[in-house]
Design a protein around this ligand. Structure first.
Ligand code: CU
Length: 313
């Protein structure tokens, strides 16, 4: 999981438009700032002996009018540039786009790849894969409160609002792994609501999607078999889905291919067996306030569940 994200290192066409606007605004504001300071310095050095204000009223008036006009021009230029950027963002051709729905939840991202055949839909969490060079339309919904999706290397922010559907259109032009985050305060664990975005060559993306469609192979080691039984009979199945098992609930991240993901708990932990064990021992420690209660597994059950979840590639 990348820890850096940057508006100034665009990896896609939308972010590139936004970067141009950023630089324009940077140079405009820097020039205004320098201009004001220089004018101030000149005025201070040349401070004339006090004389009645009325004697120079016309000069003062001209100064005020000029400064107002200059301010207006600057504001109009910036306004025009941002309208143009907004248009450019809308202009992305999405005729052969990948169709994804992302739902914001306190405090994780549900991701679903559309398919006309419902059994071919792919569900995952906290990790978005996109093919390089092909547009992606992301339908944004929220299951509880307002969230905001922000992947600075690829696009600007877009809110996820309960009862509404927003749309983000982006295209990654450079392969890489990018960081996204929730950009709208959404409660206690808001700061730990990150997203991993993997932009990869189309063939690799297709392979990933096909692998996510497969049911995970049934566990073979005795420990993992026991772990599966614990997951199916215990509390896990009340909240999570593991395709091909009786666990089919949707109030928590889909675990069907949990071991294939880079992070646990929306970017909170690197996805290693040790971190998975730590998470299952006490999810409230690494991510205080999140909605998974401590499962209270016995040490043997804990090992078994970790062994099982590690088979879910
Ligand atoms: Cu959020």
């Amino acid at each position: 999981m990348p820890t850096l994200q940057s508006v100034l290192d665009p990896a896609g066409i939308q972010a590139a438009h936004i970067e141009s606007l950023w630089w324009l605004m940077w140079w405009v504001t820097v020039s205004v700032f320098v201009g004001v300071l220089v004018t101030l310095a000149i005025a201070v050095r040349r401070a004339p002996a006090p004389r009645p204000l009325a004697s120079n009223e016309r000069g003062l008036m001209r100064g005020v009018v000029l400064a107002t006009a200059a301010t207006l021009v600057v504001l109009i230029v910036v306004l025009a540039a941002s309208v143009r950027t907004g248009r450019a963002l809308q202009a992305l051709d999405v005729s052969d786009a990948i169709d994804v729905t992302m739902a914001g939840n306190q405090w994780w991202w549900a991701v679903e790849y559309a398919h006309p055949d419902p059994s071919q839909r792919v569900r995952t969490a906290n990790e978005l894969h996109v093919p390089v060079g092909r547009p992606v339309v992301i339908n944004l919904v929220a299951n509880d409160v307002i969230h905001s999706l922000w992947i600075p290397d690829l696009d600007g922010k877009m809110d996820l609002i309960p009862g509404r559907q927003n749309q983000m259109r982006l295209r990654a032009d450079r392969a890489g792994v990018y960081r996204g985050q929730c950009a709208e305060f959404c409660g206690l664990a808001h700061a730990r609501m990150a997203l991993t975005v993997v932009a990869e060559p189309p063939a690799q993306f297709d392979a990933w999607l096909a692998a996510q469609r497969q049911l995970p192979p049934p566990p073979t080691s005795p420990q993992a078999i026991r772990g599966k039984a614990v997951v199916e009979s215990g509390s896990c199945a009340l909240c999570h889905t593991v395709m091909g098992t009786i666990a089919g609930a949707r109030t928590a991240p889909d675990l069907t291919h949990v071991a294939s993901r880079q992070t646990l708990a929306a970017g909170t932990l690197a996805n290693t067996p040790d971190n998975l064990r730590a998470w299952l021992r006490d999810p409230q420690h690494p991510k205080p306030g999140n909605k998974m209660p401590p499962p209270g597994l016995s040490p043997d059950d804990l090992d078994a569940v970790v062994a099982y979840l590690e088979t879910l590639r």
